[in-house]
Design a protein around this ligand. Sequence first.
Ligand code: DQA
Length: 143
Amino acid sequence: TSILILNGPNLNLLGTRQPEVYGHTTLDDIKALCTQAAKDLGCRIVFEQSNSEGALIDMIHAARGTHDGIILNAGAYTHTSIALMDALASVELPAIELHLSNIHAREDFRHTSYISKVALGVICGFGAQGYPLAIRALHDHLV
Ligand code: DQA
């Protein structure tokens, strides 16, 4: 199986960005966790980040025929982007919505997610460990 792991806006700043909320783990550290989890399971991953909504949509479109499923941490676009929701619905690939923080324990505007409406499931609140959890969950769903 092949899984696309997509990271949205501001996640490139992990490590220094609000460490009290997101921890000290960098996106490169998270990529290493994902690579190890994928190796253990014998699946392939591609790990991407973009701050641009359009670029994320393009990568979701390109996943069709290339990957078997998507793990998406859409950052703040989670709460705003009908376009990302539509892109996921269009490609008909199973997708897991992922967040480092527990969005339900935070500000009201983070309680709404467009991504949840088209996601197979949601993992949030487990910090960087959520990534390997999501890989395992999606891999189990696919095999
Ligand atoms: C986030 C949660 C979002 O509300 C926020 O805008 C982010 C990160 C998380 O991983 O906890 O950028 O997706």
